[in-house]
Design a protein around this ligand. Structure first.
Ligand code: BG6
Length: 502
């Protein structure tokens, strides 16, 4: 699609002086601009409480691009991009004056461009401001009555089912569902989208992608970082809200969904929502068997001593908040009945690795003599999401020699080796989709609510039974022992193979 065929767009960033705009949004927009992906008629308006001149705003975003963009800044591309940074308004983000100024600015662009100027409102703000900003936009006539108008909302989207429903209702008063883009940045990752290509673009895998051949699935999203400067936020969130309700459940949906009839946004989202509806609810009395929580103590990560969660900035010294979660999940449908999905995520883990491991069932009959198969284990596929971007098929091969000995070997596809090009950042993909109005990779209201309704009982049980053993894992480990027990009870173990990690 060439630039002139993209609809003229005015991107309004609320919270334009904040961290997200600086680290993620500006670098992504700069990359899109440098690669010619933005519309020919394109303008950015920054809005933030912070006092700044437009020149200071441009300088601030430039430093974000210089520090965080995957592309090195070049002056020609920067000056093209900087030309689209057209206005900066400082003031109260929810005051009626702010919306009047915006309505006028958008009207001016419409005139200047001789027709359409689709406003995209990106809320890179605290979630507490979402409702007030949406209402303000509605009152200023910038909501559903402008057909090309869109609102982009970051996570966290609510903190439980009731608050997410309330938020959905407020947004629905101003925008149609098709105009609401709820971001889950995991969906913008190339390797996550590639799971769809792997499953539905090939004949190899789908015939065995079910309970007849798959024994279990493991989804791990492990981070080596701690809560960094986000203690204030994290103390009200924890790993279940911060990672599982959104990112891990979305990965699960992509692995478990039925083949879509088309890649239309609603079709893909319907199929993913079906998975959420099929996940077996966590009854209160089973939470202790199916869910494990943990919090890191002090320890060593990459040879450096790091503090306990409770000693991090803005964290209570007796905090009960979890920085690790492991869950055992079942998807109750024909394809997946009785196949366990083990999910885990944590901060300050031994390695930074996001991966999905598909473990196949053993061969039905082992014809080789015992000596031939002493190293044998069932086949598995590993989808590396990050930091490696690769897919690995592990199977048995005959070890060279006069006798038959089987040894596991790997077939390996690596993104960087195969394509010799760098993958775009998730935010590049997502921002471009917002501009195109393509909601496939965004969370729909019912998906968000379905995910919260699964997580709510766990939150309730955990809140009414505060943990007594925190901290229960050392920084730099693979989490609490209870997570090993969760999976060991089924005679399995977490995959921490030599292939993963940085
Ligand atoms: C965010 C969480 O959504 O995802 C963070 O709020 C987490 O706590 C981050 O660190 C992980 O994202 P990524 O892309 O680095 O895996």
């Amino acid at each position: 699609m060439n630039r002139s065929s993209l609809s003229p767009t005015v991107l309004v960033i609320f919270g334009a002086a904040g961290d997200l705009a600086w680290r993620k949004i500006a670098p992504a927009l700069y990359s899109l601009s440098a690669e010619g992906w933005l519309p020919e008629k394109f303008a950015i308006i920054g809005v933030d409480r912070k006092e700044m001149t437009k020149e200071e705003f441009i300088g601030h975003l430039r430093s974000g691009v210089e520090s965080f963009c995957r592309r090195k800044l070049d002056e020609a591309s920067w000056s093209t991009f900087a030309a689209s940074l057209s206005q900066y308004h400082s003031g109260d983000l929810t005051h009626p004056d702010t919306f009047e100024v915006l309505a006028k600015a958008i009207g001016d662009f419409r005139q200047q461009w001789g027709g359409a100027a689709n406003p995209v409102f990106y809320l890179a703000t605290s979630p507490t401001l979402i409702e007030a900003i949406a209402t303000g936009l509605g009152k200023a006539g910038l909501g559903r009555n402008i057909p090309g108008s869109r609102i982009v909302v970051e996570k966290p989207f609510g903190r439980d089912l009731a608050s997410a429903q309330a938020l959905n209702r407020s947004l629905a008063e101003v925008f149609a569902e098709k105009q609401i883009f709820r971001i889950d940045h995991y969906l913008g990752k190339e390797t996550v989208q590639n799971i769809l290509a792997l499953r539905f673009g090939n004949a190899w895998f789908e015939p065995i992608w079910d309970r007849r051949y798959i024994d279990s699935v493991q989804i791990t999203v492990a981070e080596t970082i701690g809560v960094e400067q986000r203690g204030g936020y994290y103390e009200h969130a924890g790993a279940l809200r911060d990672m599982v309700q959104n990112h891990l459940f979305q990965l699960l949906c992509i692995v478990a969904m039925e083949p879509p009839v088309s890649f239309e946004a609603e079709e893909v989202r319907n199929k993913k929502t079906d998975v959420l509806h099929a996940i077996r609810p966590f009854p209160t009395e089973a939470v202790h068997r199916l869910a494990v929580r943990g919090q890191y103590g002090a320890g060593w990560v990459h040879g450096q001593h790091v503090p306990a969660y409770r000693s991090e900035p803005d964290v209570s010294p007796d905090s009960k908040m979890e920085s690790f979660v492991a869950l055992k999940v079942f998807v109750d449908n024909w394809r997946w009945q009785d196949v366990p999905f083990y999910l885990r995520t944590g901060k300050r883990m031994a390695q930074r690795v996001s991966q999905i491991v598909i473990n196949l069932r053993p061969v039905p009959h082992q014809a080789f003599p015992e000596i031939a198969v002493d190293q044998w284990h069932p086949n598995r596929m590993i989808l590396h999401i990050q930091p490696k971007e690769s897919i690995l098929l592990n199977f048995q091969a005959k070890r060279p020699g006069p006798t038959i000995r089987l040894t596991p070997v790997d077939l390996h596809f690596s993104y960087p080796d195969a394509f010799k090009t760098e993958s775009p950042e998730a935010y590049e993909t997502l921002l471009r989709d917002v501009i195109l109005g393509d909601g496939t990779l965004f969370m729909r209201a019912d998906q968000v609510e379905a995910a919260w309704s699964l997580v709510d009982p766990i939150l309730q049980v955990w809140e009414s039974n505060p943990p007594t053993d925190f901290p229960n894992y050392s920084a730099g480990s693979w989490g609490p022992e209870a997570a090993q027990v969760l999976i060991a009870r089924d005679g399995k173990s977490w995959f921490e193979g030599p292939e993963d990690g940085e």
